[in-house]
Write a protein that binds this ligand. Structure first.
Ligand SMILES: Cc1cc2nc3c(=O)[nH]c(=O)nc-3n(C[C@H](O)[C@H](O)[C@H](O)COP(=O)(O)O)c2cc1C
Length: 197
């Protein structure tokens, strides 16, 4: 296969019915203000030729990092297929009608947390204690029920990642001669280079 996206998408589609839950999760790395890497796991909402989409809070550190330096890497390991990848490229943050519609399909508790992020404390900011969070969320729920706080989250966004660099690793358990490649997008074409495993 000559196209890295087709290659990865094929693997991804094969992984979904294998019920390898890990196909849906990936490690997203960004660089913080001190140029230090920060990794967190995220859920892949969709993966098509249009890109990889992840639901994020618009005020989260990962988005602050991206907006300040633009650097990211997404990595995953799919044990059932004995396959790993890492991806770099460009990104776009979208916050429009599609995001609003998708947000309404999230579980209620997740939506309450999103409203909390926007009205009480942003994601990843410090708390005095676990009790503080529980009390503040209970108060928020009462305020939502009383109509004092709108049950909406305007900053929930989708992060769209468009690969321009993909590294793939297909395990070969018997001989350990794993098949590794890097693929780089050059003038709309993927150029593949095999690597020593
Ligand atoms: C399995 C799993 C899936 C997750 N999915 C998401 C996700 O889709 N979006 C998200 O913003 N955080 C997700 N998180 C939480 C992030 O790992 C992270 O704690 C949070 O986004 C704050 O990251 P930041 O402070 O680096 O921005 C997930 C965590 C786990 C363990």
């Amino acid at each position: 296969m000559d196209d890295a996206l087709d290659f990865l998408l094929d693997k991804y589609q094969q992984g979904l019915p294998l019920e390898d839950a890990r196909v849906r999760f990936a490690a997203l790395v960004t660089l913080d203000a001190e140029n230090l890497p920060m990794t967190r796991f995220v859920t892949i909402r969709s993966f098509t030729r249009a890109g990889i989409s992840i639901s994020v809070s618009g005020d989260s550190p990962k988005i602050t990092h991206l907006m300040s330096n633009g650097k990211w890497e997404l990595a995953g390991f799919w044990p059932v297929q004995l396959f790993q990848y890492r991806i770099r490229g460009t990104y776009e943050i979208r916050c429009g009608e599609d995001e609003r519609a998708t947000w309404h399909m999230k579980p209620e508790a997740s939506r309450v947390l999103d409203v909390y992020h926007e009205n009480v404390r942003p994601q990843s900011t410090p708390l005095a204690s676990r009790e503080q969070l529980l009390e503040e969320v209970a108060t928020l729920r009462r305020n939502i029920d009383a109509g004092l706080t709108p049950f909406e989250a305007k900053k929930v966004s989708s992060l769209w990642l468009s690969p321009t660099f993909i590294e793939t690793w297909e395990g070969s358990d018997d001989d350990r001669l794993h098949d590794r490649s890097i693929w780089k997008l050059s003038e709309s074409k993927w150029v593949r280079t095999r690597l020593v495993p």
